[in-house]
Design a protein around this ligand. Sequence first.
Ligand SMILES: *[C@@H]1O[C@H](CO)[C@@H](O)[C@H](O)[C@H]1NC(C)=O
Ligand SMILES: *[C@@H]1O[C@H](CO)[C@@H](O)[C@H](O)[C@H]1NC(C)=O
Ligand SMILES: *[C@@H]1O[C@H](CO)[C@@H](O)[C@H](O)[C@H]1NC(C)=O
Ligand SMILES: *[C@@H]1O[C@H](CO)[C@@H](O)[C@H](O)[C@H]1NC(C)=O
Length: 325
Amino acid sequence: MILTILESKFFNMAKSKKGPRFIVSSFLFIAFLCTIASINEIRFDHLLTFSKCALSLDNSTLPIHSSDDEIRVLIGILTLPDQYHRRHFLRLVYGTQSVSRGRVDVKFVFCNITKEDQKVLLALEIMRYDDIIILNCTENMNRGKTYTFFSSLPDMLKDEPDGSGSAGSYPPYHYVMKGDDDAYFRLDNLVESLRPLPREDLYYGYTIPCENMDPYGHYMAGMGYLISWDTVEWLRNSDIPKKHLEGPEDKVFGDWMKDGRRGKNRHNAKWSMYNYPDPPTKCTHELWPNTVAVHLLKTQEKWIQTLKYFNVTQDLKPSKLYHIP
Ligand SMILES: *[C@@H]1O[C@H](CO)[C@@H](O)[C@H](O)[C@H]1NC(C)=O
Ligand SMILES: *[C@@H]1O[C@H](CO)[C@@H](O)[C@H](O)[C@H]1NC(C)=O
Ligand SMILES: *[C@@H]1O[C@H](CO)[C@@H](O)[C@H](O)[C@H]1NC(C)=O
Ligand SMILES: *[C@@H]1O[C@H](CO)[C@@H](O)[C@H](O)[C@H]1NC(C)=O
């Protein structure tokens, strides 16, 4: 548009006034304008190419929603294949929690299934929820299920396209936690408690015995303990755990850490982790806001009291379809 107007103006001027000089200068001016236009075009093209580059880079190499402060945590809840109701309940409890900065995947972990009905029911559960890990082991209490869990993860997660960890990112999780199915985890508090802590060689949990506040003492209680991904890989590769698999799992775990001189960084999460206040012991604490885990929720009543305390239903949206007093 502008070009045409200028062109005609100059052309008219050239025609009306002293011919040749004006024609030459107007041609020069048009050439000048064309050059500017083509330079701009090149720039525009480059912009397009740059934005294409940025998009493809985004797509192939960076996990979605990732930022430097995103912490990825896997909680493996060790349970048994037949605990259908417990899993259903825990899915309610964790599926309604949100994590503001970070990602927590809660998965249920057990050994080989053994019954015909499990093949159908568990396959359906996986199709619906995709939150189950079946290890290659025979169910056991004190013969290395915890070891199998941690040490299987690097291979299990290596080629997972998505769903576990973030697509293609390393490490798939910054931290892996082993949890009990009678413990209640406050996922956002857990992630926030991890934020200031190292991402290497970390061993985090509730120090045993109950009155002990020194995380370098012995080991972390089975209600829930967490290690950084480098330690998961160490467990997979080291001979130390392989030689010493039998015994109370969490205590044996502490022995491996000691023998392997692992867990240079330790965090005692007491009293953000504790046993349910009733009946009171040296290991209990009142329910309080600064909670990462409440353990020994052995009855429905204790679960209900705990969930009520944390106001877990406060975001229920009003509707004509139901009325909950
Ligand atoms: C992103 O990756 C997916 C799957 O690899 C592909 O289908 C899609 O076209 C890619 N999008 C862009 C913008 O490159
Ligand atoms: C599972 O473990 C058994 C023995 O413990 C072994 O023979 C088998 O190869 C393992 N299977 C897989 C898929 O790793
Ligand atoms: C678990 O099941 C797999 C496949 O069904 C089998 O190869 C493996 O030997 C079993 N492992 C154990 C320890 O029973
Ligand atoms: C639950 O809600 C009550 C009432 O709003 C509030 O006083 C209390 O602090 C909340 N509890 C927690 C743990 O946030």
